[in-house]
Design a protein around this ligand. Structure first.
Ligand code: FMN
Length: 780
């Protein structure tokens, strides 16, 4: 029984009574804040991302003496631990975080409680073998059959309260529908919502809570009853194993492959799934409605444009997911975020903190339903153990939102209600969510809007095309030969998203979608500015933006996104721009000036008329600016300018391939991490099937092989095999589709990696790079 053994490292091994300050298992002193970390105090549940803000900044991996766990708070670290489920075993995922007293153990045993391995806490190779056998029911085509039922239930439940003007959405809808859907999906008979809710609460507190010794006794009885109920249901189902539903499929797989799906697995899974299948969706839905109604602009945006709902769901899962922390155990001495983690140590990966990490998400504290990277949240976990039911959860959340924005767009949160949550490390959702509205204003009654039939529905992550906001071209200025500065604003004058130096947006109009770096005033939230260089011989996008867009034209915009971030801690920054590459460089110079940092700008161009933003550069950065105007015989000599590069220098360059490649050659003499660049053009990255060969990508973490045909990119092959590899530009410029390489030579085609990075063969961009040979092994 997993709950029997108290965690090996449940307390700090150092005797605190003899020390002024506690120490971690490495012998290091524990900081006061780390010592005070207590996920069972209300502040953690109210806003877990906020609660750990200090840690993300000051001590991203720390030892918690109160929990006996290493707490991991940054995005990259959490993801890296999830990614490696061999070095970081999931075996402790369902362990009682508060060790059971002998009395509690006695109670559990009296019910025959024998919780053992389930999908979430088992190691390889067992886990993948089982996962593969039990995956079919989660395929999009199978899930799609649930949609009409979810929608009908949503409408029926809403009908019950739509004329009342007030409802607790948790009690009156969000608990029961996911429960109904879960039971239907599993094929389990309805045991009564109230009973199952009590059981699920007991299971959560028993596994992830810190009940007092007295409370534990009651909880243990409920967990025992839950176990017995689950076993009775299972026995009933086994008597007629030809029923429909995932649990029936699991029973049939058990009968066919008892070695892969053994008896103990079946029993444990039955109880675990009864709680996990609906609690997560119920909580996530309530959190999402709370988030959107508290940020009214976002709610109004999805009411005005329901196509945004899938991405709004992802943004809500990012900022207010229902799984906020998950556990792993180190199987060998290792490091996380540079901190030594001894073998056997337990780790609490706080996804709710990682999802607010500014190193990964721009302006993480802003709720932005237009955020393209929202889907990169870690709420579903990552890697081989990623939540199997994620698409059922997404589907329900989308349908609920679709129905509410049509039928109750004027709904508001009842003001002044205090949100309360069950105290535990991992499952977060409010106990109640009160909303109110004026029934006379219901569109169905007032006739203001008719109920349209539901539009096309899809399963999976949000399509990129749906995530764009409307902006209006407010000003258009000729900035020189073939250069146009476009000033964009929200059509209703709403605030636009904040952005950081180096960021770009995608402009979408006339069938073109192109990236442009932001170069206006960073603190101006009412407009976004770009400069577009008209490429006469280009693919047509820049011609369209320069020739066809008039002041007053409404176009679509996605982003901002920053793949060219400025290291603000550098001692000295050298900025290089060639031609239109000045746009992100200008924003960097503005930021460095604002910070009072030491910097210099080297800007090369053919003639003054062809160099954008000159007047502003000369006005704001004259003392730092070096111009190299070819028509005036001035040439930039990189070795001369860069005679004095040290480890704390940072060099940022944007411009023609020639400039960047010369800098790359020079960079071989500099410490790693000094040079950063961004390419604007993707020449040489496109797929040419006549010159390619087919190969096999072996996905190590998932134990799967994917065949990549000659006329297919690796990214396309991975996505069609069901792997959610994020991507953006699809032409090797942005780095979004980076995948870690375990083994095999890579034919690198991207413009993101440096020469040194290519040589190490540790990473590749899946949208354009390929295996150099017949096979490549990837960490996926
Ligand atoms: N082109 C510009 O004219 N100005 C920019 O600020 C700019 N920023 C870019 C930022 C990124 C990250 C990338 C990848 C490209 C950028 N480009 C910029 C290039 C444009 O996206 C686009 O390729 C160019 O306008 C040519 O498009 P066309 O061939 O359709 O005419």
């Amino acid at each position: 029984m997993t709950s029997a053994a108290p965690p090996v490292a449940a307390r700090c091994p150092v005797d605190h009574t003899t020390l002024a300050q506690p120490r971690d298992p490495n012998g290091c002193p524990v900081s006061a804040r780390a010592a005070a970390f207590n996920p069972f105090e209300p502040a953690y549940m109210q806003a877990p991302g906020d609660y750990l803000r200090w840690a993300r900044e000051q001590e991203p991996v720390f030892w918690s003496p109160q929990l006996g766990y290493w707490i991991v708070t940054r995005y990259e670290d959490v993801k890296a631990v999830f990614r490696d489920n061999i070095l970081f075993s999931p075996a402790v995922a369902l362990e009682k975080i508060t060790p059971a007293t002998p009395e509690v153990m006695g109670i559990l045993q009296s019910y025959g409680f024998a919780m053992n391995r389930t999908m979430v806490n088992e190691d390889e190779p067992d886990h993948m073998a089982r996962r593969r056998l039990l995956m079919d029911a989660f395929l999009p085509e199978r899930l799609a059959t649930l949609e009409p039922m979810i929608r009908a239930l949503a409408r029926e439940y809403m009908d019950r309260f739509i004329d009342k003007g007030r409802a607790d959405l948790v009690a009156e809808m969000f608990y029961e529908i996911p429960l109904n859907i879960a039971l239907k999906f599993l094929g389990v008979p309805d045991e009564g919502a109230e009973q199952l809710r009590q059981f699920a609460v007991a299971h959560t507190l028993n596994t992830w809570g810190r009940p007092t010794a007295q409370e534990q006794l009651d909880i243990a009885h409920n967990v025992g009853r839950f176990w017995q109920t689950a076993q009775n249901i299972l026995d009933g189902m086994r008597a007629q194993p030809d029923g429909e539903g995932w649990m029936y499929e699991t029973i049939r797989q058990h009968l066919k492959h008892p070695d892969v799906v053994p008896e103990s697995y079946l029993r444990s899974m039955m109880m675990a799934i009864l709680a996990a299948a609906h609690e997560t969706t119920s909580n996530a839905t309530a959190n999402a409605f709370h988030t959107l109604l508290t940020h009214r602009q976002s709610w109004d945006d999805i009411c005005a444009n329901p196509a945004l709902i899938p991405n709004a769901v992802e943004e809500c899962l990012r900022v207010a997911g229902s799984i906020i922390a998950w556990r792993r155990q180190a199987t060998a001495d290792t490091q996380v975020g540079g901190v030594a983690i001894p073998k056997g140590a337990r780790l609490l990966l706080v996804q709710a903190s990682a999802n607010f990490d500014p190193r990964h998400f721009e302006n993480p504290d802003d709720i932005d339903v237009y955020r393209e990277s929202a889907v990169e949240h870690l709420t579903f976990g990552y890697g081989a153990h990623q939540c199997m039911g994620k698409n059922i959860g997404r589907m329900q959340m989308r349908i609920f939102l679709e129905e509410f924005v049509r039928r109750l767009p004027h709904m508001r949160l009842v003001p002044g209600q205090a949100m309360s949550y069950l105290s535990n490390t991992s499952f977060r959702g409010p106990d109640a969510l009160w909303v109110a509205w004026e029934p006379a204003l219901n569109p169905e009654r007032s006739g203001s809007r008719q109920l349209p039939p539901a539009g096309a529905f899809f399963i999976g992550p949000p399509p990129k095309a749906s995530i764009a906001r409307s902006v209006v071209l407010r000003e258009k200025h000729a900035e020189g030969e073939g250069l146009f500065r476009l000033v964009l604003a929200d059509p209703q004058g709403a605030v636009l998203p904040a952005w950081s130096a180096g960021a770009h947006v995608d402009l979408i109009a006339g069938g073109f979608r192109r990236k442009y770096s932001l170069c206006g005033e960073a603190n101006d939230r009412s407009t976004l500015q770009v400069v577009v260089q008209r490429e006469a011989d280009g693919r047509g996008g820049s011609r369209h933006f320069c020739d066809q867009l008039e002041v007053g034209t409404v176009l679509q915009l996605s982003g901002p996104k920053n793949l060219f971030k400025l290291d603000e801690s550098a001692r000295h920054v050298v900025l290089f721009a060639g031609g239109i590459g000045i746009t992100p460089v200008m924003a960097m110079a503005d930021r460095l000036k604002h910070l009072g940092k030491s910097y210099e700008i080297h800007y090369a161009g053919r003639s003054r008329a062809q160099m954008a933003l000159l007047a502003r550069l000369e006005r704001d950065h004259a003392a730092h600016l070096h111009l190299y105007v070819k028509s005036q015989g001035q040439r930039l000599s990189l070795p001369a300018v860069l005679a004095d590069v040290t480890a704390d220098t940072r060099i940022y360059a944007c411009g023609p391939d020639r400039l960047i490649s010369e800098l790359e050659s020079l960079s071989e003499r500099w410490p790693a991490g000094v040079l950063h660049f961004e390419h604007f053009n993707a020449e040489g990255t496109a797929l040419d099937p006549s010159k390619e060969h087919a190969f096999v990508a072996q996905l190590k973490d998932s134990n799967v092989e994917v065949a990549v045909a000659a006329d297919q990119t690796l990214l396309q092959a991975l996505q069609s095999a069901g792997f959610d590899v994020p991507c953006d530009c699809n032409e090797g410029l942005c780095g979004t589709c980076e995948v870690a390489v375990v083994e095999g030579d890579v034919d690198h085609r991207d413009k993101v990696l440096t020469k040194g990075e290519r040589q190490t063969n540790r990473r590749l961009m899946a949208c354009c790079s390929r295996a150099a040979g017949q096979r490549i092994v990837l960490a996926l």
